[in-house]
Each structure stands twice: as C-alpha cells, then as structure tokens.
Design a protein around this ligand. Structure first.
Ligand code: BGC
Length: 776
C-alpha cells in the first residue's frame, strides 16, 4: 500500500494519507465523566520494525502490551483543533512482539472538551463533544493495523480528568474491560499535521525541601520551586483508600495553604489505591502550576514518596545571564521557570487558574526574551498559525489563541478580539523569529495577516489616533497598559494614556510591517505602510506633544514607547528626555508601567544613554519593581507587581497569578543592552551582531551566553580600576560589529582602537575590549 507524506510548500506543514478512521468509544458518557479507551489486537511478524502514527480528539496515551508508547505528555498537543490537530509518530520496535499484540489508546477530555475559560463564561466541549482516536501501525509499506469500526472500547481507571479540574484515578479499575464498540466519526484527515514543535516532556523532578502538617492533619510539601507540571506519588495502603492532592503557589499567614487564586480550577488529583504493594501514580491528562502540594488521606494509606514533576515544551536552555547581584540572577532564573511553565504547547498567561490561555499580548512582549532563553522557533511558529486561524474577518487578532470564544458566540455574543498591544503579536512575534533564527518564511506566512491587522487598526482609528472604547467587548477596546501600578488598575477603567499607547502601537506595527515588506521584497506595500506610519507619526506629534516637548500623557509608558520607537521629533528630543527623566525621578525610581510599557522602559532609557536611571529603576527593591518579588521569595515571575503586599497580604486573589512571564521580558534588555549583544536585522539569525554593552557598575560584573544557529556566543564585562573589560567570544559564521562612538580610551585585544571609524568588525574568536567606565 502506498503511504504518502506531503510537505506544504509555504508552511512546511507535513501531512500524510491516512487509511484509518477517527473512532469514538461508545461507552463514553461525555465531558467530565469517566474516561475511556479504544483497543485492538494485531499480529506482527519476526523482525518487524513497526511505526505508530497516532492522534486524537482530546488527549491520548497509547500502550502496547501494557507498556507505554513514548514519553511525550499531553499528546496530541493543543492547537485550534478546528484548523489543525497534531499527530505523532513512534517507533514500536522495542514494544511489539512476534505474533499477537494488543494496543490500547486511553483518552482524556483535555483542552478539547474540558472546561475552558473562567467560571462565569465557562466553555465546555469547546471543540466537540466526542473524544476519539485515530491510529495506524505501519511496517515498511504495509499498514498492519488501523483504527476502524472493528475496534472495541471500554472505560479506563481515570474516573475524571480536565485541564483545570485535575484528575481522579481509581487503581482498582485497572483491569480493563472491553464493554463497548466504537463509532466511526465523520472526520477530515487533512486536518492532521505532524506535530509542529517539540513534545511536552517531564523535566527533572524536585523533591520537597520542607514539609509540615496543618491543623487538620494534612501534610503540606514545599518543593522550593513554582512550576507547571504535576505531582508523582508513591503510596502503600489498603484497597479503596484515597490520597487527595491539592496544589498552591503561595502560603498565607502562618504558612496557610492558599489556592484562592486558582478560581474555579479545582487543580487537584485523587488517587484510589488498589491495595497491592507499592503503587506509583502521576496524572495522565492534566497539569497545573504549583509550588506546594497538600495531601489528605482517607482510609489506610501511607505516602512513601512525593515529587514535583515540572513539564514543558521547551526543555533545553539556550541562554543564560549572570551578574554580581544575586537577586538579578534569581530574577533571570524565575523568568526561565515562568517560560517553562507557560510554554506547554501554547504560550499561556499562567499555568494554574481557570485561564491558561494563549494571550497574545503576553506572548508578544515576551517573545524576544523567550528566544534568548530557549529555542522557541517552532513553538512560536505553531502558535502564530493558531493566531492566524483565530483572526477575525475584519482583521481583528484574537486576545488569545486557540480562542474558545470564537467558537462559542452563545456565551460570547459580542466578538472579543482586536486589542492594541495584544493583536500586534501578529507583527512582533514573527519579527523576533526573523531576528533570532533568520526565519524569513514565517514573515511570508504571516504577512497577509499583518496587513489585515493593520487595516483593522486603521478602521478603528480616527485619522489615525486610536481612542479605545471603554466597553469591555466593544470594537476597538484596548487592554491598554494592563496592570499599570497606578491607582485602581481594574479594567474597563483606562490605564494612563490608553489612547496614546494604542496610537503608539498603531505606529509600531505599521513601521515594522513596512520593514518586513522590505525584507520580503514587496516594495509597493513597503511604500504604502511607510506613508501610513509617517501619517501616524505626524498625528502623534500633533496630538500628544506640547510645544515645550512634554507628552500629554506624562507617564513612563508613553515616554518609553515614544523614545524606543523614534516618535519623538528632533526639536522636542532634549526636552522630552528631561521630562522622561523627571517622571522617573519623581516616582522615586519606582516602575510606573504595565504589560506593554514595562518591556520598553529600560531599553528606552539605555537607548537614550540614561543608564544611571535604568540601573536605579532595575535595582530598586521597593514595590513596584522587579527585585521586590525576588526578595519576597518569588521563584517565578508574578502577574502583579504587588501580588504579595509588604505586610504579607495576598492582593486580590481573583486575579493574581504567581507565574506570569510578561514582566520577565526585562531579560531581553539584560541580554541586548546590559550584556550588549544585539541581533542585527540586516543579517538575521545571528549572522551579524552589534556589541554595545551598557556598563551598570552596581551589577559588578555580567556574563551572558547564548546558543545561536552558528554556535555559542559569550559576552560579559567586569570593572577594573575605572575601566570596563568587555570580553566576547564569537563563533565562526558570526560577524560582530563594535560601535566606537561614546567610548573613551578604547583598546581592543591590548591595542588602542583606531580613531575616526564609526565601528569595527571583530573576527570570530575571543576578544578583550577595554574602555573607561566614565565614558559609557
Ligand atoms: C491574563 C493576561 C492578559 C490579560 C488581558 C488576564 O486575565 O492573565 O495576562 O494579558 O488578562 O489584559
């Protein structure tokens, strides 16, 4: 038989011709009920090297002769299932025996049909009501087994599971009975594509660092690290005894277990023992964010071991930053942990509460940092395909993707999409992928969607200022500078300068897309978008600048974005810079920015040469500030600057996550400005870098590394006798440009640099560059 595989010329998506059917267990009682499996037997000949191709509606876990296939988690993954569903391929050589074999595919509700979205707008059966599996076992060119009407079904020991719910498992039900048959579903196998990114897998597990008993006799374990994953327990006891495991990110006063911020996510597991010796259990079809676990035992049982198993799609670390200030090092580590926990199939806001959605705004501010810390190319490309699928007809980009609201207008009658700063993800994320990986194809693939987004922005603007509506679901609504730490920051109250921030993003996306059109050789679009960008720039200056160079919205976010994206006209430059400085000084170096201002703040200050201010803001220990949370023991990045108050009180548990990577976007500044390694858009994918470190004496020394497509780059500086010694190691295939302006007494590898040049090119290898600190 002919097993054809095809690769899409533009997207690179791989499809295969399936002979199998998508089969649904007849025993399945629907969302939230006991989970089911489908099974069949097959014969394999001696020396067979069979391969399994498999996917599902819902989540699956496959077993051959009772042994698990592969170690991937949460397969087939999460996408807009109405557009694409991933399939996986596994080599079965070591599992299949000569003669009779049995395959079981256990199914879980997963993202497909367990609760999505928060309680008051909960979506059940988001992508469909029936879970099902499709599989083929292929040996050479022969299909030796395929899912079809002849398969049997039954109920599994997973008595309930859901992404937010957690899992219940009754080990007494492990002897599977085939009590039902299957229905062949009407399913288009063209929807199936080879998994576009790395599989989710377990990272190294963590043992508890501390445990204690609460007043109700329950054990609480502290794993020392907030992470996305699950707990694995080793237990012994009598049949029918139960272990209930609950999760939390924080403790309240007197070490009280506090999971109020999970909202309607039960995020717990309940294991019922079979009572046969030592039993080990970890949930199959769920995960949650947690640092603490609390166990309650009903009946006769004993916990012999308990571990935290963090999971992630991005398991390899691709970059690091370290300096003489330990709180900063912890901040970088916290960012990495927030990335791991939230890069589970889709870049999500948080891994714990009844949300865990692929928020576009969070992803767009964090994409640069994400690519420094991990190889995120395929992960973010996959996400962008979902974002494009969810883009509305009018060009509005979703607030999050995969977007459950798009398919459930019964619950969300007004379309909820199209916020500035969020929808711009369709422009800024492909650009980061281009910078980091030289990925021109993703620019091409997303370009039409960018143009539609820009037309949408134009349509909600008013020649071309955008005045966002205050109506939560209204056309042109903007999250603004979400969670800006000024006054009451609950929406729909405007954050400072919503219109200004929206108009800034209107400009940013037009200008960036013009640049992208240039890369793609589309000159007509480039011209058109540049003109549009110029119109917005002129209107921006007219609308927001006073005659003396002060911005109408005299706040950190407006100045940071305006300077970073070159919207400050030359005649106002110095005055605006002075205003920017005084806004920060008046705030006593406390951060005044939210989701979109924060990533821009320090890069803008460094760009302006105001590194003294950048240093003070960055190292400020007070709230709001990055290091405040580190000093309060955070092991991941918090959603809110003030998530735990100075007196230990937990701020608004209704919306308060302790694992939200957005503010960790500051790491991009550490790599690019402080360590000074900047990817060059004219030679992307690190074919060329610019080296321009900002010397912040309070950091003592800094060192970064990053694994690029050409090899590893190392860069760092230390201060000796009033001189900065900047040491870099450049791999072959990377050109490094060192700008000379602003450096005094510059020496390169022991020789004075030639004056009169704007920059010099460093050859591959290790270099020592010295200059006066005062000249920085
Ligand atoms: C999420 C986000 C998101 C925001 C929208 C929150 O509920 O957790 O991180 O970006 O809503 O502004």
């Amino acid at each position: 038989m002919n097993i054809a595989t095809s690769v899409h010329a533009d997207t690179g998506l791989v499809r295969r011709t399936w002979q199998a059917d998508m089969i649904a267990p007849t025993v399945d009682q629907g969302q939230g009920t006991r989970q089911s499996f489908v099974a069949a037997s097959f014969t394999a000949s001696a020396g067979a090297r069979p391969k399994l191709f498999i996917s599902a509606l819902g989540l699956y876990r496959a077993f051959i002769n009772g042994k698990r296939v592969g170690d991937d988690l949460l397969t087939p993954g999460w996408t807009c299932y109405d557009d694409r569903i991933a399939y996986q391929a596994y080599d079965l050589s070591n599992l299949v025996e000569e003669g009779e074999n049995r395959i079981e595919i256990w199914l879980g509700d997963g993202w497909y049909r367990s609760q999505m979205m928060w309680k008051h707008q909960m979506v059940l059966n988001c992508w469909g009501e029936r879970i099902a599996a499709i599989a083929e076992i292929v040996d050479g060119s022969d299909v030796i087994l395929k899912t079809d009407a002849a398969w049997k079904s039954g109920l599994s020991p997973v008595t309930r599971s859901g992404i937010y719910y957690g899992e219940d498992y009754d080990a007494r039900l492990e002897t599977l009975e085939e009590t039902g048959s299957v229905d062949v579903l009407d399913f288009d196998t063209d929807t199936l594509v080879a998994h576009e990114t790395f599989p989710v897998r377990a990272l190294q597990s963590n043992d508890p660092v501390e445990s204690w008993r609460d007043s109700d006799g329950r054990n609480i374990y502290d794993f020392g690290q907030n992470a996305g994953g699950y707990v694995r327990i080793t237990v012994r006891g009598s049949a029918g005894a139960c272990v209930y495991v609950d999760h939390a990110e924080v403790l309240g006063p007197e070490k009280a277990f506090d999971k109020r911020n999970y909202r309607s996510a039960r995020a717990a597991m309940r294991y019922t023992l079979k009572g046969e010796g030592t039993e080990i259990y970890a949930p199959l079809f769920t995960f949650t964010g947690f640092r603490y676990a609390r166990t309650a035992i009903e009946g006769e049982a004993e916990i012999l071991a308990i571990e935290q198993v963090p999971i992630s799609s991005i398991r390899e670390v691709a970059g690091g930053f370290e300096c003489g200030e330990s709180a900063v090092n912890r901040l970088v580590l916290n960012t990495l942990w927030s990335q791991r926990a939230n890069f589970i199939e889709v870049p999500t806001d948080c891994p714990q509460r009844d949300e865990r959605l692929g928020w576009t705004g969070d992803a767009q501010v964090f994409a640069g940092t994400a690519c420094w810390l991990g190889d995120c190319r395929t992960f973010l490309e996959k996400y962008l395909r979902d974002v494009m699928h969810d883009q509305r007809e009018n060009g509005a980009v979703p607030h999050f993707s995969p977007d459950p609201t798009r398919l459930h207008r019964d619950i969300f009658p007004d379309d909820w999409a199209g916020s500035t700063g969020w929808g711009d993800a369709i422009v800024t994320i492909p650009w980061q992928l281009y910078l980091h990986y030289g990925d021109r194809d993703i620019l091409q693939e997303c370009f039409p969607a960018m143009l539609r987004w820009l037309d949408y922005l134009w349509s909600i603007s008013d020649g071309p200022i955008i005045h966002p509506t205050r109506a939560w679901m209204g056309d042109g609504f903007s999250f603004g500078d979400w969670l800006q730490p000024v006054g009451d920051n609950r929406k729909p109250r405007p954050t400072i300068g919503d219109d200004c921030a929206a108009t800034l993003y209107h400009f940013i996306s037009n200008e960036l897309t013009a640049k992208i059109a240039g890369v793609l050789g589309d000159d007509a679009q480039r011209q058109r978008l540049l003109e549009r960008a110029e119109t917005i720039r002129a209107a921006f200056v007219r609308e927001y600048f006073s005659q003396t160079g002060r911005l109408a919205h005299n706040d950190q976010t407006s100045y940071a974005l305006a300077f970073l994206y070159d919207l400050v006209p030359a005649d106002h430059f110095e005055a605006a810079k002075a205003y920017f400085r005084s806004v920060i000084e008046e705030a006593d170096y406390l951060i005044g920015t939210g989701f979109i201002g924060t990533p821009a703040l320090l890069p803008a200050l460094s760009k302006l040469g105001m590194n003294d201010l950048a240093e003070k803001v960055f190292l400020n220990r007070k709230v709001p500030g990055w290091l405040y949370q580190v000093e309060r023991g955070a092991t991941t990045i918090w959603e809110r600057w003030d998530a735990i108050g100075e007196d230990g009180t937990i701020y608004d548990p209704d919306m308060n996550s302790y694992n939200h990577y957005a503010y960790g976007a500051v790491c991009q500044w550490l790599f690019e400005d402080v360590a000074g390694v900047q990817p060059d858009p004219d030679a992307p994918g690190f074919a060329r870098v610019r080296l321009n470190p900002a010397i912040l004496p309070a950091l003592g020394h800094v060192a970064m590394w990053h694994e690029t497509g050409h090899g590893r780059i190392d860069a760092g500086w230390r201060i000796e006798g009033g001189r900065a010694i900047y040491t870099v190691t450049i791999p072959d295939g990377v050109e490094a440009f060192l700008p000379l302006a602003g450096r005094t007494n510059l020496e390169i590898d022991g020789h004075p640099a030639e004056t009169g040049q704007a920059e010099i090119v460093l050859a591959a290898g290790r270099h020592n560059i010295g200059f006066d600190v005062s000249g920085d």
